[in-house]
Ligand binder design. Structure first.
Ligand SMILES: [Zn+2]
Length: 254
């Protein structure tokens, strides 16, 4: 399957070269792999430029001039991916996290709907936007999910820190994962300790990478001074975008 997963129509399913004829006004559904849950519609109009509009927290509509190829639309989406992400997150959304049957849970930046089934053995399975929670009762969902989140956090955080250890040629002596109300991370450069907020596991991996890098740069530069930010920009040129996205996540899931 190519970049576009055409959901409507048969003739367009060839991928890259699809073009719409003038006069065909039917909006089409598209799929953008970096944002798999995003609902996208494409409509051809008598306009000069491609226009993107965020309609809701998970809906994007694209208007394009007649004759514009899919590859051109694709490159616009990739170019504006960060803008789309930020806009989507800023969009008012009422659904919050709820540890109950039918509730919504975030994991590595994706939303999952809780599907509970009673069982004497606790377990968690992720599948296509759904998190299947088995526990003795609905009241245990939160505890079971949080235990699982801790395990996932340990796995993912260690992987991310390991990558930065190699890149920066430093060694961390201890990682602790904590529930922290007001910080994403902290560190003790002398001892080589890193603390990361458990909530980061709900967010996209690129934000975990950003927070981990921030803490590890403190191993070289203790204060948030010019040198600190110079190293940050050198290792992660788009860190400001990630910072912005992190703030939106904070607003969204607290
Ligand atoms: Zn800092």
């Amino acid at each position: 399957m190519g970049f576009w997963d055409w959901l409507g129509g048969k003739s367009e399913s060839k991928g890259g070269g699809a073009r719409k004829k003038k006069g065909d006004k039917t909006p089409q559904s598209l799929h953008f792999p970096p944002l798999p849950h995003l609902q996208i519609t494409l409509e051809y109009k008598k306009i000069k430029h491609i226009i993107l509009k965020i309609k809701s927290f998970n809906t994007l509509s694209i208007s394009a001039p007649f004759g514009v190829g899919i590859s051109e639309i694709e490159s616009v989406l990739y170019k504006r991916e960060q803008w789309i992400r930020t806009k989507l997150l800023a969009f008012p959304q009422k659904v919050g996290e709820r540890y109950c049957n039918g509730g919504e849970i975030f994991h590595l930046g994706e939303s999952y709907k809780v599907s509970f089934s009673p069982s004497h053995r606790a377990s968690i399975k992720l599948n296509e936007g759904e998190i299947r929670v088995e526990a003795r009762s609905e009241g245990e969902i939160e505890a079971v999910v949080q235990k699982w989140q801790r395990g996932e956090a340990k796995r993912v955080f260690e992987e991310v820190l390991g990558e930065w250890e190699r890149e920066l040629e430093v060694q961390i002596s201890h990682l602790s994962i904590k529930k922290m109300a007001s910080r994403w991370g902290s560190c003790n450069p002398k001892k080589g300790y890193i603390n990361l907020n458990l909530s980061l596991i709900k967010m996209p991996k690129r934000l975990i990478e950003y927070v981990a890098l921030h803490e590890m740069i403190h191993f070289f530069h203790y204060y948030h001074d010019k040198n600190f930010y110079a190293m940050m920009s050198q290792k992660m040129p788009n860190w400001k975008e990630r910072e912005l996205e992190l703030r939106e996540w904070k607003r969204r899931i607290g």
